[in-house]
Design a protein around this ligand. Structure first.
Ligand SMILES: [Fe+2]
Length: 286
């Protein structure tokens, strides 16, 4: 195996290489080709419909779950793929927003996803609005058994929280980080305020500074069209992209004290500590 990555924690994770729909029209003789950890990987369905993958002559450990393709580069997964019960929960709509390429480290992408502080500035009139810029205190914890970070009791006033929102709303948020490059955000469902929509962020690291960020919605929304939901999400991601690509350094500093003045967010601090403790360095400054 020749993946250009010496970080065992990433090699043992499940990394996405895109939506399962990519395999349509492909076969073992004409596989779907993409890039992971600076290597070309080939993915296809065999005659029995099972997903298979290889890198060069080496077979890869791959699975099809939640409408996405997941590869464990080392072939020795540290744990099973994370649970995503909302994906199959009755009443939710699953909308795949596909991905956008971003010239940034996967860790920076996830950290940005976790940061509520940028809403009023980067997503003005959608996810926040000046002068309501304060991020209220919330809880951050690590679920040791699953090795996942949870940020709970997050609240933020949002002028337009989703496609179906017709008024501003004091939105409840919950964040979950399952792997360094996979996270889910839960937020108040506008049409059903007692329920939470789920938005998955799955990062495909092409290399340490180039990724595709995929977004999968598990929403309570009976009114918006798929195109509308997708367009809304692309608007939000499109606002983040230039900000992310202009961050310097491109890789994430993990040393305590670095960037704290601009990144005082508690989830961000917890994320960086968790990465340091598990020894994750791919996409970070070593
Ligand atoms: Fe953002």
């Amino acid at each position: 195996m020749t993946f250009q990555c010496e970080d065992k924690t990433i090699l043992d994770d499940w990394l996405t290489v895109g939506p399962s729909s990519r395999l349509a029209g492909h076969s073992a003789s004409d596989p779907y080709r993409t890039e992971l950890l600076s290597r070309e990987v080939l993915v296809w369905r065999d005659a029995k419909g099972q997903v298979a993958a290889r890198e060069g002559e080496d077979s890869l450990t791959v699975q099809d779950a939640y409408g996405y393709l997941w590869i464990c580069p080392s072939g020795k997964p540290g744990k099973p793929l994370f649970s995503f019960p909302e994906f199959s929960e009755a009443g939710r709509r699953i909308v795949d927003c596909d991905g956008i390429g971003v010239a940034v480290s996967g860790l920076r992408m996830v950290e940005n996803f976790l940061d509520m502080g940028h809403f009023p500035y980067v997503h003005a009139h959608y996810l926040g609005e000046v002068p309501q810029t304060e991020v209220a205190a919330y809880e951050v914890s690590v679920d040791e058994s699953a090795d996942e970070i949870w940020a709970t009791d997050c609240r933020f006033f949002q002028p337009k929280t989703s496609k179906s929102a017709t008024t501003g709303l004091d939105v409840q948020y919950r964040y979950r980080v399952m792997q360094p490059m996979s996270a889910i955000l839960y937020k108040t469902a506008f049409p059903r305020p007692g329920e939470m929509d789920a938005i998955g962020l799955f990062v495909q690291p092409h290399d340490e500074e180039h990724i595709t960020a995929y977004c999968l919605l598990a929403y309570f929304d009976d009114t918006s069209s798929d195109t509308d939901l997708l367009a809304f999400q692309h608007t939000i991601f499109g606002q983040d992209k230039p900000i992310l690509e202009n961050q310097r350094p491109k890789r994430m500093p993990l040393q305590p004290g670095t960037e704290v003045p601009t990144r005082c967010d508690a989830t961000s601090v917890a994320y960086r500590r968790w990465l340091t403790r598990r020894g994750t360095s791919y996409g970070a400054i070593r």
